[in-house]
Design a protein around this ligand. Structure first.
Ligand SMILES: [Cu+2]
Length: 346
């Protein structure tokens, strides 16, 4: 599933639809909430996430909702336990969990029609494990079959398919920091900035050495922005909440630092479980209504500069923010052997 939109936050769920439900032909947006409430009454069917932004995860990860920000991709295995029609609904948590920070009614994104087959009873994850192990036995080459099967048996690990090795602390050779900001202090204009500057096509904002391994600290001063970098993906190390101590990327963490319109805490499911995951796009949250340090999350990621030498960009993946200046030029160059980089050409 690919989020190809400009600025909406999407959290798709699959819910069994009542057999008596009318087809949603001509359903208007204003009536979608009532249609969903009446007809899409099944419990959300759990997903099993297997890749984030096209990068295979360390293990199959169960979730009831995957949150998509602009630019996100999630690969999921979805088991429909019984035949029938399922609603695909958009169930975004209200408040600051979303790009637009509003309470939006539940939207109907589509319908899945599931034909007859073998109904699946019991635990869906156990069923999936048996299916994947059978597929490995049938399809994996003999020299890796036993290893892949054993990894699946050990917590549904996908170790043999992970494209990048973990980056440990002692591998890190340098640091980078990034701050998104929308400067609204000027009278007639609003500025969309990275580290206090608008994008300049003629300026290289960061020159990095091939072979380097950097730890990046990402923050947003005003509202939330999906950070996206080209070429080299990153591994999520931790995401510290505005209290300065809670790591909300840990599996099972509760991220309830944002509030809804009535001032009540909202549980946002998008960060818990991301620790250790490789991605190339990640929402950098600020949940304070007027921005500033009190609402900032501190997102720490690590990345290696491998193989590619040349120039590319990082940017906010809300495209109108990017177009108005929220972008930087990155250069990866050959190291000169003395701590800097060469400017030589070939
Ligand atoms: Cu932005």
């Amino acid at each position: 599933m690919i989020h190809g939109g400009v600025r909406d936050t999407i959290a798709p769920q699959f819910r069994k639809r009542l057999a008596s439900a009318p087809e949603p032909v001509g359903l208007r947006a204003a009536a979608a909430q009532a249609y969903v409430d009446t007809n899409c009454t099944g419990a959300p069917v759990p997903y099993h996430l297997v890749a984030a932004d096209g990068l295979t995860m360390a293990a199959v990860t169960p979730a009831t909702t995957a949150v998509f920000q602009p630019g996100y991709r999630w690969d999921a295995l979805v088991i429909f336990p019984e035949p029938g029609d399922y609603c695909i609904v958009n169930a975004v948590a209200p408040g600051n969990a979303s790009v637009n920070q509003n309470i939006q009614p539940t939207q109907l994104l589509g319908t899945v029609r599931v034909g007859g087959g073998t109904p699946v009873g019991g635990n869906l994850t156990d069923y999936l494990k048996a299916q994947l192990q059978a597929a490995a036995a049938a399809n994996m080459p003999a020299d890796v079959r036993a290893k892949v099967t054993a990894e699946l048996g050990d917590g549904l690990k996908l170790t043999s398919f992970v494209p990048h090795a973990d980056i440990s602390e002692h591998e890190v050779t340098g640091t980078q920091s990034l701050l998104f900001n929308i400067d609204t202090t000027q009278i007639n204009e609003v500025f969309f900035e990275v580290n206090g500057q608008l994008y300049d096509a003629a300026r290289i904002d960061r020159t990095l050495a091939l072979g380097g391994v950097d730890e990046w600290t990402l923050k947003s001063n005003f509202v939330s922005h999906p950070y996206h970098i080209h070429v080299n993906p990153f591994q999520i190390v931790k995401i510290i909440a505005p209290d300065g101590k809670t790591d909300v990327s840990a599996p099972g963490a509760i991220d309830n630092f944002g509030k809804d319109q009535n001032g009540n805490p909202v549980i946002d499911p998008q960060y818990p479980g991301l620790k250790g995951v490789w991605k190339d796009t990640l929402f950098i949250k600020n949940v304070a209504p007027r921005g500033g340090p009190s609402g900032e999350y501190t997102v720490v990621v690590r990345t290696r500069y491998e193989r590619y030498i040349g120039d590319f960009v990082l940017h906010c993946h809300i495209l109108d923010h990017e177009d108005q200046g929220m972008m930087q030029n990155i250069r990866i160059a050959l190291p000169d052997g003395a701590g800097g980089v060469t400017n030589g050409h070939h």
